[in-house]
Design a protein around this ligand. Structure first.
Ligand SMILES: Cc1ncc(COP(=O)(O)O)c(C=O)c1O
Length: 499
C-alpha cells in the first residue's frame, strides 16, 4: 500500500470544488462542445476500431496519488478513450441489441451527476421523477395502479427481480429467512428455447438451479409452442415438481420473435403460475401501432422486464421492472433496519422507498435521463424511430433476397436479421466476415447460431441508422465474402473491402 499523504497544508481549503471557477467553467464548456462535436460528426468516424497496444498500455498506470489538471485528464479521454469506445452511438453499429443513446439524455446525465441524489429512498423530487415514470409505464402497459416499478441496470437484473418475487410468492415469504433448501417444493420454470440466457442465470442466482428451467420448443416463427408448454407443465407436476413460472419473450435475442403472450396468459392462469415477460427491447414496440397488437397479453403479465437503453435510446444504463402486485414485490425485498427508519415527515418520509423493491440500497438517478428522453422527443416520435428500425430490417431482408450470394437464416420478425454469405466452410467464413466487417469500421454486426449454423446477425436498434448504412453492410459483406473465398491475402483483403 503506498503511503498517502494527509498533509492538508498544501490544500488548506480541503474540499474538491474548483479553486478557479471561471477557468473550470471554460473547461467544462469545452468538454461539452467536444461531445456535441463527437455526436454531430459521428458518421465521419469508424463504427469501431481495435485499441492499439500502446493505448491499452496507458490503462496499466500507477495509482494517481498526485492531482492533475482537469484539461490534461480530458485530453487523455479524447486521445485514449473516445476513439476506442463500443461504437453503438454510430449508425453502422448493428451488433447484439444496443441502443444509440441521445444528446438530450446525455445532458440529463450531467444534470443527474451534478445533483448527485441517492434514489435508494427518502423524500425528494428525484424519487418523484422515478415514480412518475413508474406511473407512465403502468399506463403504457395496462398495469393496475397498485403495480410497482423500479429502475435497475438492465433486463438481466429486472428478470432476476421478477424471478425472486415469483419464487417468494410460490414458496411463501418465510423462504427469505429459511432459504430454498428448507422447502419441500421443487420449483420448475418454463421459457422458450430461444429465451435469453439471463433467465437461466436468474434461476441459478435465485438458488433454484438453472436445471429448474425447462426449455420449450419453438415453431417456425421461433415462438414458444403452447401445446408443448402445457404438456411439459403437466408432466412435471405429475412427476412431483412444482411449476411456478412461465417466462414469455417479447422479442427474442436471436431473431426478435414475440411469443403468443395472450396464449401464455391463459396457460399461466389455468396452471396458476406466475407469468413474467422478458421484453428487454421488444416491449417498447408498444409505442408503434404496427407492433402493439402483437404484444397483446402483455397487460396480463405478473411482471415485465425491459430496457429504456435499447429501443428507448436512453443512454446506458436504464433497465426497468414492473410488478403487477406492488405489495408482493415490496414483501420480497423490504428489510427493516434501524438506520433506515421511516418517518411520516422530514427527509426520512416518502415510504415505501425504492430500496424496498430491489437489492440496491444506494441508487443513481437513472430516471432523469429517461424522463428527459421521453419528454423531449415524446412517445410518438420514439415509436416512429422504432418503426423505422423495423422498416430498415425489411429493407435488409429484401437486399439479401436480391443477392444469390446471400441467404436469410431466420424469418424477420422485428428489427433483427440473421443471414450469411453462401460458400463452403460457411461457419468459418461468416465468422471471419463479421470480424473483418467490425475491423473495417464500416459496419458492426455480431454473430449467433440459427439451427446450429453461424449467422451474421444485424440488430437495427440505433435511431441514426439509415438505408445507406444497410447498403454499406450488404456491399461490404459481399466484398469480404468474395475476397475471402477467392483466397486473397490479408493485405489484399483490406484493400478489397474499401474499394
Ligand atoms: C431478450 C433479452 N433479454 C434480456 C437481455 C439482457 O438485457 P441487459 O443487457 O439490459 O441486461 C437482452 C439483451 O440484449 C435481451 O435481448
Amino acid at each position: 500500500m503506498p503511503y498517502l499523504s494527509s498533509d492538508l497544508r498544501s490544500d488548506p481549503q480541503g474540499d474538491l470544488d474548483p479553486r478557479d471557477w471561471p477557468s473550470f467553467r471554460a473547461q467544462g464548456h469545452q468538454m461539452l462542445d467536444d461531445m456535441f462535436d463527437y455526436l454531430e460528426t459521428i458518421r465521419e468516424r469508424p463504427v469501431w476500431q481495435p485499441m492499439p497496444d500502446a493505448i491499452r498500455a496507458r490503462f496499466h498506470g500507477q495509482l494517481p496519488l498526485a492531482p492533475a489538471e482537469l484539461s490534461a485528464v480530458h485530453e487523455e479521454f479524447l486521445q485514449n478513450i473516445l476513439p476506442y469506445s463500443n461504437g453503438n452511438v454510430h449508425p453502422g453499429f448493428m451488433g447484439w441489441v444496443h441502443g444509440g443513446g441521445n444528446a438530450s439524455g446525455m445532458l440529463a446525465e450531467m444534470l443527474a451527476a451534478g445533483l448527485n441524489p441517492n434514489l435508494g429512498g427518502r423524500d425528494h423530487a428525484p424519487i418523484e421523477v422515478e415514480r412518475q415514470i413508474v406511473q407512465w409505464m403502468r399506463e403504457l402497459f395496462g398495469f393496475p395502479a397498485t403495480a410497482s416499478g423500479l429502475f435497475v441496470t438492465g433486463t438481466s437484473m429486472a428478470n432476476l427481480i421478477a424471478v425472486l418475487v415469483a419464487r417468494d410468492h410460490a414458496l411463501g415469504m418465510d423462504v427469505r429467512r429459511s432459504g430454498v433448501a428448507a422447502k419441500p417444493q421443487r420449483l420448475t420454470a418454463y421459457a422458450s428455447l430461444d429465451a435469453h440466457g439471463s433467465v437461466r442465470r436468474a434461476l441459478d442466482f435465485a438458488g433454484l438451479g438453472s436445471d429448474a428451467l425447462r426449455l420449450v420448443p419453438v415453431d417456425a416463427q421461433h415462438r414458444m409452442k403452447l401445446a408443448a408448454l402445457r404438456n411439459m407443465i403437466e408432466s412435471d407436476r405429475s412427476a412431483g415438481h412444482s411449476p411456478f413460472l412461465i417466462v414469455g419473450s417479447a422479442g427474442t435475442v436471436d431473431t426478435g420473435a414475440i411469443d403468443d403472450l395472450d396464449g401464455l396468459a391463459v396457460i399461466a392462469s389455468e396452471q396458476r403460475v406466475w407469468l413474467h415477460v422478458d421484453g428487454a427491447w421488444g416491449a417498447l414496440g408498444i409505442l408503434t401501432p404496427e407492433i402493439a397488437p402483437r404484444l397483446a397479453g402483455i397487460e396480463a403479465a405478473d411482471s415485465l422486464a425491459f430496457d429504456f437503453h435499447k429501443w428507448g435510446q436512453v443512454p446506458y444504463d436504464a433497465g426497468f421492472v414492473l410488478v403487477r402486485d406492488g405489495e408482493l414485490h415490496r414483501k420480497a425485498f423490504a428489510s427493516p433496519a434501524a438506520y433506515l427508519e421511516r418517518e411520516t415527515r422530514g427527509l426520512a418520509g416518502g415510504s415505501p422507498w425504492p430500496c424496498d423493491l430491489g437489492p440496491d440500497l444506494s441508487r443513481g438517478f437513472r430516471a432523469l435521463k429517461t424522463w428527459f428522453t421521453l419528454k423531449v422527443y415524446g412517445l410518438e416520435a420514439l415509436g416512429r424511430t422504432i418503426a423505422r428500425t423495423c422498416e430498415l430490417s425489411r429493407y435488409l431482408e429484401q437486399r439479401i433476397a436480391q443477392s444469390s450470394e446471400l441467404e436469410l437464416l431466420a424469418p424477420v420478425s422485428l428489427n433483427i436479421v440473421c443471414f450469411r454469405y453462401r460458400c463452403s466452410n460457411a461457419d468459418r467464413v461468416n465468422a471471419r466476415i463479421v470480424v473483418d466487417l467490425q475491423e473495417s469500421g464500416i459496419a458492426a454486426p455480431s454473430t449467433t447460431r440459427i439451427n446450429g449454423e453461424l449467422a451474421i446477425r444485424a440488430a437495427i436498434v440505433n435511431h441514426r441508422t439509415g438505408h445507406s448504412d444497410i447498403d454499406a453492410l450488404v456491399d461490404t459483406t459481399l466484398a469480404i465474402g468474395r475476397a475471402l473465398t477467392a483466397g486473397l491475402e490479408d493485405h489484399e483483403l483490406e484493400a478489397a473491402y474499401h474499394d
